[in-house]
Write a protein that binds this ligand. Sequence first.
Ligand code: SAH
Ligand code: SF4
Length: 388
Amino acid sequence: MSQHAEVFAPPPEALGGARDGKRNLVGQSRAQLVAELAALGEKPFRAKQLWHWIYHRGVTDFAEMTTLSKDFRLRLAETHAVRRPEVAVAQVSQDGTRKWLLRLPDGQEVETVYIPEEDRGTLCVSSQVGCTLTCKFCHTGTQRLVRNLSPAEIVGQIMVARDGLGEWPGDDSGAPAEGRKITNIVLMGMGEPLYNYDNVATAMRIAMDGEGLSISKRKITLSTSGVVPEMERCGRELDVNLAVSLHATNDETRDWIMPINKKYPLKMLLDACRNYPGTHNARRITFEYVMLKGVNDSEDDARRLIRLLKDIPAKVNLIPFNPWPGSFFECSDRATITRFADILSAAHISSPVRATRGEDILAACGQLKSTSERKKKAERDAAAPSQP
Ligand code: SAH
Ligand code: SF4
């Protein structure tokens, strides 16, 4: 475990223990589940059956797991539970985007967002409570990191969303893939997933498992601000799509708006992208680029960006800056964004402008934060003497 992972580790109740003494089965890898059941004197095939009920059918009550013997169900219910994070608030935007504020066993909170589109449904999952990285344009970055999420809390977000969208298959035939509401997972919620790699990896392996949630690794994208030492391992072990929050084309600007750049500057980051396993023309790295007026949106920036990405199979996602209470930056003008996109397109770099979704419920990129944190900040501001 890295030093960061140790310092910010989830408490025992988040890992699936404590509260009423029952151990949560959600978030355990297949191997852990087999071991858990072996300790109860049960054979490995029981783990397979349980896995099906938990992750394919979405059942939380052991009594409904009818392929298990009654005796086993009763014994399990005494010592174990199937739990999701508790939904504190569920909101639906005018545009159909949904946001869940989840309360974790230790009282901490995170947000999960579902974005329906014509041809897919994307779930934006959080990996940490807060973030240590203090990117200047990001709301989450103003909330000091409280802790990493456990595998149960990460995979639990997918399960809560499936509950909310009513998309567990009602029988053993399974939901047809094309009829699914959640087709894609993006690790683009609160936190830096590569600072919580082990727990994110366990959760994503559960999500990918074909006998459960069954979300293909091709449909999972992990977004990083550029934690260079973890990138190679992520590609090699998980083989998920990579998105990189680039946001600037020179070290000076990137140092300012993304302090992690001082540790892993542009050259190092782009080398790690070049070496990301499994990258080829059919599977490009997405570079996220938030459009900040007068900061990173000049024509020179666009041209520098083309040079930086020259030998990397890349696409660029231009994200209009989403303001939040107290945010310092402004979004670039529409015409500037279009011009920027046109320069990239002329160099054959695909550069769609990301549609802003769920703005009315503060669900857009970079706007997520624990609600209680928002309240605390509002209280602090109200108590502070006014600035001249
Ligand atoms: N920590 C990871 C995962 C978060 S992803 C990362 O930084 O990549 C969230 C995406 O939204 C990132 O690309 C982030 O830079 C971007 N973002 C943050 N604040 C934003 C804002 N106010 N407006 C638009 N995009 C923002
Ligand atoms: Fe953290 Fe990503 Fe926000 Fe930066 S952009 S503060 S890394 S969540």
